[in-house]
Structures are given as C-alpha cells and as structure tokens.
Design a protein around this ligand. Structure first.
Ligand code: FAD
Ligand code: PYC
Length: 417
C-alpha cells in the first residue's frame, strides 16, 4: 500500500515538485559566525583579535581541538628576529617585529618581549659568506644586522668558547640587536583574552572533522566533534595539521610535516645574556625568565605527525652545545618535547585566499613562525576581512609553487629541513 505523508501529498498537489517553489522556501540560513578560525594557536588567536580590533568583526569563533596554545605556540623556543634575505620576507617579519615592540601595551598583557639580541654563529666559510650576504641585504631593507668577529662574539656573549681547536669553530657571527624572545604561552593567552574581550568566542576541545561546501562551491561551515557550525568564512591556521584540514575542503597543499624538538635544563641564575643560534649544528640557546636554558634541536629526517622527536637529534645538539658553551656540561636537562611543523618547498609560508570561495589558509611557517605571530595575524585578518591579500602577504600565495615564483628562505629559516 502506498503511504502518503502530509508533505508528499502537498508536493503532489504542487505537481510533483521535488522541492518547494523558491518563493515558499525558507531563506538561506544565516551563518552562525561571520568567520570561523580553525586552530587556536598564536596565529589563529591573533587573527581573531585583529579581525575584531581592526575590522569590527566580532561575530567570530576560534575552534581548537585541544587547548589554546597547546600546539607549536606553546612548544617553541621563542626566538624573534627579522633578518630574512628576500624583500618579501623582510617586509613580513619586520612588520611582525614592529608589532612585538608594542604588543604588551596593545593587549594589556605582558608577553615578556625581550630584545636581548640574536647572534647567529658562523662555523665555516659558507656560513660566513651566507650571513654576510644576509647582513647586507637586511641593511638595504632598513633592518638592523651586523657582522661580529669571533672576539666581538665573545664580548657580546661571554660564555661562548671562541677557541680554535673545536669541531665547530666560531668564525664570527651576525647579530640582530632588536631580536630576542617573548613568553610563548603569554602570547596565546594575551591574544585570547583581548579577542574574548571584543566578543570573539573561543571553543576549546572542539576538533574540526570536515568542511561543508554549498553546491556553489562556497564554504558553509565546519563539522566538528561538537556538531556543525555554520560560517560565512573559514580561516585555517592549523600548523602541522593544515594539509589534513584543507583536504576536508578538497584543497591539496604542497606541505610536509616534521617533528621538531626542544628541551630545557634545570633552572639556574642568570648566566646567558642573549640568544645564540647555530644553524650549522642545529642548536639554539637562550635563558628563560624561570632560569632554564632553552635549547632547540633540528627536525627529524622523516615526515611524521608525532609530537616528539628522535633522541639522537637532541643528543647531537647537546654534544655540540657543550663544545660551544663548555660550562653547560655541568647542567642537567629537565624535560624535552616536540611539535609538528609544516614546511613548504621554498621554506616560506602561505598566507592566502584559496580556490574555494570563503576559505583562507595560513600555514607553512615551518620551524620559524612564532616570531611572525603578530604580523601573520594582522595580514591574515586583512585578507579575510577584505577577501583580498594585504600587500605584505600578497606574494605568499599557493600559486607561486605552480608559477615558480619562489621565496627561497632556506638559509634564513635557521633549522635545516
Ligand atoms: P600552533 O600553535 O601549532 O596552532 C595550531 C593549532 O591548530 C593547534 O593548537 C592545533 O591543536 C590546532 N588544530 C590542528 N588541527 C585541528 C583541527 N582539526 N581542529 C581544530 N584545531 C586543530 N618559531 C620561531 O619563530 N622561533 C623559534 O624559536 C621557534 N622554535 C620552535 C621550536 C619548536 C620545538 C617548534 C615545534 C617550533 C618552533 N618554531 C619557532 C615554530 C613556531 O612554533 C610555529 O611556526 C608557530 O608557533 C606556529 O603557530 P600557529 O599558531 O600557526 O600553530
Ligand atoms: O626561526 O629563529 C628561528 C628558530 C629558532 C629555532 C627554531 N626556529
């Protein structure tokens, strides 16, 4: 027997329309949020803050699968500098550095930005040539960077061993005095608190599982572990997981994800006055306000989504550091951890519109995105609000990999990958 529901009878009366006539249909449902940001790291939270602060967009949610700042933002070695080689990068990282200088005041939250100087050590003739080239290029771009002899390195950072009989002799160094550090989790909390105060919703423990698109192709919203959230626009800032999230919308990106690890020593009294980086041996040292020596190592040799690095990578770094700073031999290490960084073919980020209307992406910061946090959030907010890139991030497109317009910053990225 054929069964009729009230609706099917109604449809038959209309002449068998599958759907109701347009004028009887309810209007398109309104987005629950004008903008949803996927990823509650520093970049995502900064984007939400600038959307509210600069463009009055407060109907915004930041959706985070874990807790805010629990990704790379809370795991990095906090080095801030803008001494990149190419004009495009110099503009981007210098924009960020200028924002760092006033950030605690702007957020009314102490992010502990400490411009104590970043010294990049040269250990062979290629390092010397490459760093001198960076010094010249930076100065042409109005960015401070200077070359120091081994003796000047020692004066700037007395614990360094500049004696010659070493595996990694110090042949000089490039010093950016305005570079330094900031407290990583304070950056996440400062942006979160300031965004929240302007009306932004921050949804923790809410994992994005899918991106829903309309028949037109435009984004409609996100499927999450807590249900569907409708959105007018979606900005994806999910660091090591970006390619997974972007695949949900059918967008493939040229990204690889690697573990990168760091470790800290037991806390000691102030002993190390600046930030020292050695790209050649993958070692980065500074002292935190708690007194721990913060040490970064290199990336693992294999792609992975695991938030821990291989032990031999850290061991190699510690061996080399004990030669560079002999007094550290007596320090005990307290804990180590890893994060997942996503790397593009030219080691520069993608901050751009995508082929999907209403979908934007900010990723590929590799091992060096913490320093960019304020600048990245600022220009990404512009891109989302205006549906058009800011002049600073305009070169950082997805299409540059198709067109061969690379911004090859491997030498400035600090950690080889
Ligand atoms: P994250 O802070 O990782 O935020 C992304 C967020 O997205 C995460 O919280 C994650 O949980 C969330 N997410 C992912 N998938 C989903 C999903 N499906 N649904 C919802 N949420 C999701 N940079 C420097 O400039 N200087 C340094 O000294 C430095 N040192 C580093 C040392 C280490 C050990 C590591 C790992 C990185 C280092 N970096 C450094 C790089 C820097 O940490 C990152 O580039 C930067 O923090 C990226 O910020 P983010 O906000 O994009 O990412
Ligand atoms: O980009 O300066 C940097 C950095 C140092 C350690 C990891 N990244």
């Amino acid at each position: 027997m054929r069964r009729f529901s009230a609706i099917s009878l109604f449809r038959e009366a209309l002449g068998g329309h599958e759907t109701w006539p347009r004028q009887w249909r309810s209007p398109e449902p309104k987005p629950a949020y004008d903008v949803v940001i996927v990823g509650g790291g520093g970049h995502g939270l900064a984007t939400a803050f600038y959307l509210a602060e600069r463009y009055g967009l407060t109907n915004v949610a930041v959706v985070e699968k874990g807790w805010i700042g629990g990704g790379n933002t809370g795991r990095n070695t906090t080095i801030i500098r803008s001494n990149y080689l190419f004009d495009e990068s110099a503009r981007l990282y210098e924009h960020a550095l200028k924002l760092w200088e006033g950030l605690s005041q702007q957020l009314n939250y102490n992010v502990m930005y400490s411009p104590r100087g970043v010294l990049m050590l040269a250990h062979n003739i290629h390092d010397v040539q490459s760093f001198k080239r960076h010094v010249h290029a930076n100065r042409l771009n109005g960015i401070d960077n200077e070359w120091l002899s081994p003796q000047e390195c020692k004066e700037f950072c007395p614990p360094l061993n500049v004696g010659g009989a070493m595996r990694y002799p110090i042949l000089g160094g490039a010093l950016q005095r305005r570079g330094g550090t900031a407290r990583h989790d304070a950056v996440a909390w400062g942006y979160a608190r300031a965004a929240d105060a302007r009306g932004v919703d921050i949804l923790e423990n809410c994992e994005v599982l899918g991106i829903r698109r309309a028949a037109s192709g435009r984004v409609e919203g996100i499927e999450t572990s807590r249900g569907f959230i409708r959105a007018g626009k979606i900005g994806v800032v999910a660091a090591g997981n970006t390619s997974v999230v972007m695949n949900m919308a059918g967008v493939r990106l040229p990204l690889e994800s690697f573990p990168l690890q760091a470790l800290v020593s037991e806390p000691v009294k102030p002993a190390f006055p600046c930030v020292v980086m050695s790209n050649t041996i993958h070692a980065y040292i500074s002292q935190s306000d708690k007194g721990e020596m913060v040490i970064g190592a290199g990336t693992d040799a294999y792609t992975s989504y695991s938030q821990r690095g291989a032990l031999h990578i850290a061991t190699h770094t510690l061996d080399a550091i004990c030669e560079l700073v002999p007094m550290f031999r007596r320090l005990r290490m307290l804990r180590n951890w890893g994060g997942i960084v996503d790397v593009t073919p030219d080691r520069s980020p993608i901050v751009a519109k995508t082929p999907v209307p209403g979908l934007y992406v900010n990723c590929g910061w590799g091992t060096g995105g913490f320093k960019a946090t304020p600048g990245s959030g600022d220009v990404f907010a512009w891109t989302i609000a205006k549906d058009d890139p800011h002049p600073i991030n305009a070169p950082f497109t997805i299409e540059r990999f198709r067109d061969g317009v690379m911004i090859d910053e491997a030498a400035a990225a600090a950690v080889a990958h």
